[in-house]
Ligand binder design. Structure first.
Ligand code: SAJ
Length: 401
């Protein structure tokens, strides 16, 4: 197959993006370093959980429009969709973007379009442009370079890839226009052109904005606990104001985006990003606070009844109704409360996964029945149907009702 588009990275974003492009009749070669991932996709199957993805991949593979490989080939458009994790001190690590770019530099030719979709610190597109032109001075000014971040919500990716608006920032105006023309073949949302630095910052700001707003709600939950006010009732009432829209407190902020991206700003602009940095601290502190609340409740129970309570810890995922445990505050709280204590004192519940490598999972109905203290960490839909014994101690960190 001679691909028109090469996608580097076949993960949560790279695979759905490749599948969408291929489903529109464009020949796509998806590249990944993981041979298992490549083999799975070439069989028309998928290695991640994402609604509606499998049948799109399988029919695109069958029609010969999507192929996976560990090696890139020459194409007209290259999409970089690899992870950008952070290093020890929360500094962004762009080494995957760099190595993905280095891998395709020898394949590039005049007129090609190179786009980074990976969440990246400001200036990454400029750095990659330098890298490309250093190795291939013959291409200087002859290829198009742009940054276009993804902004889809896991679980709803196939819909949002098509219908969400996108921000596209070129290294120069003609690159912006080339990239807009490329995405307009596959995306029905609006495509907004800007420069690369603004597009990079836009992605970081979107997730930082959500983080700051959740931190405000979490801070209110700490204040209200001391002030003996129900924080959810308070927020509901405050939100009746036509210009107020406070988010919901929870047991912290998890996932691989909102708990990560703000550090890309703080790390490069520490003096200027006081609110963004403080929001990370508030949201990181919340799971400690929840763990302490649980320990206190257990002690009070012991003092009152003269025996150790059984505690049900309800939810391990990072948000409701998913099986994703990455950066999960609920998982952190569970780790913290069960360390140095007898495992038999706890029931750990996660209805969205069958088994866990470290924790023995208990069915939610059994846990609710047998526990003295029930702690709601994630507002999964199954938990909402439960009728409680009013004599049980309930700790609700996620406003289940
Ligand atoms: N959370 C709260 N209170 C709230 C809302 C969320 O505590 O009121 C918590 C959740 O429980 C969870 C965390 O925040 O632990 C993040 O959940 P989320 O649903 O807000 O976001 P993600 O991480 O699933 O996806 C986000 C999205 N970004 C925004 O909404 C600005 C998505 O659009 C991005 O594409 C994605 O990050 C990404 O890849 O960057």
């Amino acid at each position: 197959m001679k691909p028109e588009v090469v996608t580097i990275g076949l993960g949560y974003i790279g695979l759905p993006t490749s599948a969408l492009i291929a489903s529109c009749g464009t020949k796509v070669l998806g590249v990944d370093i993981n041979q298992n991932v490549v083999d799975t996709i070439n069989k028309g199957e998928i290695h991640i959980v994402e609604a509606d993805l499998e049948h799109i991949v399988s029919s695109a593979v069958k029609q010969g429009n999507l192929k996976a490989s560990t090696k890139a080939k020459s194409a007209n458009t290259y999409l970089i969709v690899v992870p950008t994790p952070f290093k020890g001190n929360h500094e962004p690590d762009i080494s995957f973007v760099e190595s993905a770019t280095k891998g395709i530099i020898p394949l590039m030719k005049k007129g090609d379009l190179y786009i980074i979709e990976s969440t990246s610190p400001i200036g990454t597109t400029e750095k990659m442009q330098k890298l490309i032109y250093n190795e291939r001075p013959d291409l200087e000014g002859k290829i198009y370079i742009a940054y276009c971040p993804e902004r889809v919500l896991p679980g709803n990716v196939m819909h949002e890839l098509v219908y969400n608006d996108r921000v596209i920032g070129g290294a120069n105006e003609v690159s912006t226009q080339k990239a807009i023309a490329f995405y307009s073949k596959y995306v029905k949302g609006e495509l907004y052109g800007t420069n690369a630095r603004t597009a990079e910052m836009c992605k970081l700001v979107e997730n930082s904005s959500r983080d700051v707003q959740i931190a405000f709600a979490n801070e209110l939950s700490l204040i209200c606990d001391k002030a003996d006010i129900n924080v959810w009732e308070l927020i509901n009432l405050a939100n009746k104001h036509p210009r107020v829209n406070i988010l919901q407190p929870g047991c912290g902020v998890g996932g691989h985006c909102i708990a990560v991206d703000p550090y890309f700003i703080v790390s490069d602009y520490p003096m200027e990003s006081k609110i963004i940095g403080a929001a990370r601290e508030v949201n990181n502190y919340k799971p400690f606070w929840c763990a302490e609340k649980i320990q206190n409740e257990k002690l009070q129970f012991e003092l009152k009844y003269g025996r150790k309570p059984k505690t049900a810890l309800m939810g391990l995922a990072f948000k409701p109704n998913i099986d994703d445990l990455r950066e999960s505050p609920a998982k952190f709280i569970i780790q913290k409360v069960i360390q140095n204590s007898n495992n038999n004192d706890y029931f750990i519940v996660e209805p969205n996964i069958k088994s866990h490598s470290i924790y023995k999972l208990t069915d939610y109905k059994e846990a609710i029945e047998k526990a003295d203290i029930i702690v709601f960490l994630v507002a999964h839909k199954e938990f909402k149907k439960i009728n409680f014994d009013p004599n049980k101690v309930i700790l609700d960190f996620c406003n289940l009702n």
